[in-house]
Design a protein around this ligand. Structure first.
Ligand SMILES: Cc1cc2nc3c(=O)[nH]c(=O)nc-3n(C[C@H](O)[C@H](O)[C@H](O)COP(=O)(O)OP(=O)(O)OC[C@H]3O[C@@H](n4cnc5c(N)ncnc54)[C@H](O)[C@@H]3O)c2cc1C
Length: 443
């Protein structure tokens, strides 16, 4: 096992090559972050992504805002990306929370940096592109149009691999499956694949504020005064309106009950009239914003019971991000936890060394498991609290939770600090299971 004397994050320039080959499947936030950190930690890494062009990822997500909390922001700043990210996504200094009729519940003050780092809330395509370009600038090979159709592992030879749609195969010491909520790798790792409807869906839209009349309507022009965050909460539904790029762009989300099956498309064009029907009795500002959206996406939210493990039998195929643990947007942590996963895995592989890859991935899983679950639970409790809000409610308890354990976390420092203790206990006990109590009982 490689020795690491102090607990400071390793500066990338000091990192020696580990000889560990990593193939990452999926160039979403989790996959890109993992590849960048693998490079920084001395592993050889490449990414296989099924879409042919970056533009396709941007186009599909055109309607999306993504939130990266300070826990992920700290990592991106360490990569030197703060200036570029802050330019496209300044985070609001206040969250205005209203009941469904428009009575003020709370104004939550935010000041940046928070716990020493910035949050980045902005256009998913723009943020993703900055990370993608950064990965390329580090010399990471990203093969677009490579759809993985099969996984395999061969522990006798210390390898795992994938086959893509053309029949070409790639092998490596570790395959990192960052292939999202509809992960193919999940079926390989745990033997079944059943993301299920969460009972909720989100209508979402992103559009130019000036072009679509947000600035000229007195009911909506508050969204053009810099970066704003407004939410209306009530029975079984919440509406979020966010302005980005200093008020130039408007983003709206309507989270509502939806029990539709998800066998087919889980993200498809929605109907503005349907949203207007949902908000017809709500604060008229909601309808005034929504009716200006030129189009919207109807995004069915999928969930998955906690998986018994995120590792294949040999420990060489690893699920990260939404493939391992789909997040509800009310946590605003899906992308942040995927980034933490990827970074932590790069550290534990570095500390384990090429001859101990399995120990590296097991230690990684143990470090990540409970934290991810706690973050998921927080997202559910926020939604339940907001959907229970009544007219006349007020107070801090309705604020968007930004707990120190979640936001102040430095995943890199933590991985270095926790590695030795956890790895040793895995070696000593010769036995290992993730630490989530419910999962232990279930297996
Ligand atoms: C198009 C899109 C839009 C989204 N919009 C929002 C949003 O508006 N707000 C929000 O909070 N979250 C959004 N999300 C989810 C959010 O980005 C994720 O929760 C989070 O970033 C976790 O990232 P991930 O890397 O685990 O998965 P993802 O970001 O889902 O990335 C998975 C990647 O794997 C690729 N892939 C899948 N299967 C294969 C395969 N077999 N072979 C090769 N590549 C494969 C996909 O094309 C994708 O690029 C969106 C995700 C996607 C894919």
């Amino acid at each position: 096992m490689a020795e690491h004397q102090d607990h400071e994050p390793l500066p990338s320039s000091d990192v020696r090559a580990t000889g560990i080959d990593v193939v990452v499947v999926g160039a979403g936030f989790g996959g890109i972050a993992c590849a960048i950190e693998c490079k920084r930690k001395g592993h050889r890494v490449m990414i296989l992504e099924k879409v042919r062009e970056l533009k396709q990822l941007g186009d599909v997500s055109f309607f999306g805002l993504v939130s990266l909390g300070p826990n992920a922001g700290r990592i991106l700043a360490r990569w030197g990306l703060h200036e570029r990210l802050w330019e496209v996504c300044r985070s609001a200094n206040e969250i205005h929370i209203y009941d469904y009729l428009g009575g003020l519940i709370q104004v939550q003050k935010l000041s940046w940096p928070l716990f020493g780092a910035f949050a980045y809330n902005g256009h998913r395509g723009l943020i993703h592109e900055i990370l993608f370009e950064h990965a390329k600038s580090l010399g990471i090979e990203i093969r677009m149009g490579h759809q993985v159709v099969e996984y395999w592992e061969d522990e006798a030879n210390g390898k795992a691999g994938v086959k893509i749609q053309t029949g070409e195969t790639f092998d490596a010491d570790v395959i990192v499956a960052a292939d999202g909520v509809k992960s193919l790798a999940r079926k390989y790792v745990i033997g079944y694949h059943n993301p299920k409807p969460s009972g909720y869906a989100i209508y979402r839209a992103w559009f130019d504020a000036e072009e679509h009349g947000i600035a000229t309507d007195p009911l909506t022009n508050f969204l053009t005064h810099g970066d704003q965050f407004y939410t209306w909460i009530g029975k079984d539904m919440h509406v979020i309106a966010i302005s980005s790029r200093g008020g130039k762009a408007t983003c709206v989300f309507v989270t509502h009950k939806d029990n539709a099956a998800v066998d087919g498309e889980w993200s498809s064009p929605g109907n503005i009239e349907d949203i207007l029907e949902l908000v017809k009795d709500w604060d008229p500002r909601c309808a005034a914003i929504i009716c200006k959206a030129p189009s919207c996406i109807d995004w069915k939210l999928l969930v998955h019971d906690p998986l018994p493990t995120w590792l294949s039998q040999s420990g060489r195929v690893v699920l990260i991000g939404d493939a391992a643990h789909p997040f509800l947007p009310s946590s605003a942590q899906g992308a942040s936890q995927a980034i933490e996963d990827g970074l932590t895995l790069a550290v534990t592989l570095n500390l384990a060394g090429k001859d101990n890859v399995r120990l590296g991935t097991r230690t990684w899983e143990s470090i990540r498991y409970q934290r991810v679950y706690d973050a998921q639970v927080l997202g559910e409790s926020t939604r339940e609290k907001w959907h229970g809000a009544k007219v006349g409610d007020s107070g801090k308890s309705f604020e968007f939770p930004m707990p120190e354990w979640l936001m102040a976390f430095d995943a890199e420092a933590h991985a270095y600090a926790a590695y030795e203790r956890i790895a040793q206990s895995i070696v000593k006990d010769g036995y290992y299971q993730p630490c989530l109590e419910e999962v232990k009982e279930a297996v």
